[in-house]
Design a protein around this ligand. Structure first.
Ligand SMILES: Nc1nc2c(ncn2[C@@H]2O[C@H](COP(=O)(O)OP(=O)(O)OP(=O)(O)O)[C@@H](O)[C@H]2O)c(=O)[nH]1
Ligand SMILES: [Zn+2]
Length: 187
């Protein structure tokens, strides 16, 4: 589905537009490299990440499951430069409907590897878990630094954006939400 040739042409044009010479030795292979890189960092566009949750197994654990510090590399859709951070995913299984822990990281990755907004990414992860696993509740917290705020524009390196999506029981039950949040934010 990726048009690698078109990406190569576009990169060549950008190099020309910034006054570079795409024919100089160091840049000769750059358009092809960037095309391959885009194919990799936008690979989430080619999948439905929620499919990672299709395979479940049965384990009677109707308590919190929390996977913390899932590394996150995404691309700001406004500037096409990275935002980098961590996702924390917490859910309470219903009827023993449990997913493999790695699948939660695959889910995060699938939604991250697209042109994204942090808010949408956070929501998509939570909604996929609600839809596919039908758990009692979900909390997703994403913490990230946006390079579009660090290396350009307002230039505030170190500023972190934190977003959350709260679903099901966690929305109604203040104590459960507070417990999840304290486990998530505890370093
Ligand atoms: N809400 C939200 N905003 C984002 C995200 N990523 C980048 N942005 C912001 O998107 C905005 C785009 O603003 P514009 O005014 O259209 O673009 P700009 O002139 O490049 O803005 P500056 O970054 O302020 O220089 C900026 O404020 C970014 O900080 C995100 O994931 N969520
Ligand atoms: Zn940006």
């Amino acid at each position: 589905m990726f048009d690698l040739h078109k990406i190569e042409q576009a990169v060549k044009m950008i190099l020309e537009a910034i006054g570079e010479d795409p024919q100089r030795e160091g840049l000769l292979e750059t358009p092809a490299r960037v095309a391959k890189m885009y194919q990799e960092i936008f690979m989430g566009l080619e999948e439905d990440p929620s499919e990672h949750l299709s395979k479940t197994f049965s384990e009677e654990h109707e308590e919190m499951v929390l996977v913390k510090d899932i590394p996150l590399f995404s691309m700001c859709e406004h500037h096409l430069i990275p935002f980098i951070g961590k996702a924390h995913v917490c859910y309470i299984p219903r009827n023993g409907n449990v997913t493999g822990l790695s699948k939660l990281a695959r889910l995060v990755n699938g939604y991250a590897r697209r042109p994204q907004l942090q808010e949408r990414l956070t929501k998509q992860i939570a909604d996929a878990i609600m839809t596919k696993l039908n758990p009692y509740g979900v909390v997703v917290v994403v913490e990230a630094e946006h390079l579009c705020m660090s290396m350009r524009g307002v230039r505030v390196p170190g500023a972190h954006t934190v977003t959350s999506a709260v679903r099901g029981l966690f929305k109604k039950n203040d104590a459960s939400r507070a417990e999840a949040m304290s486990l998530i934010l505890k370093s």
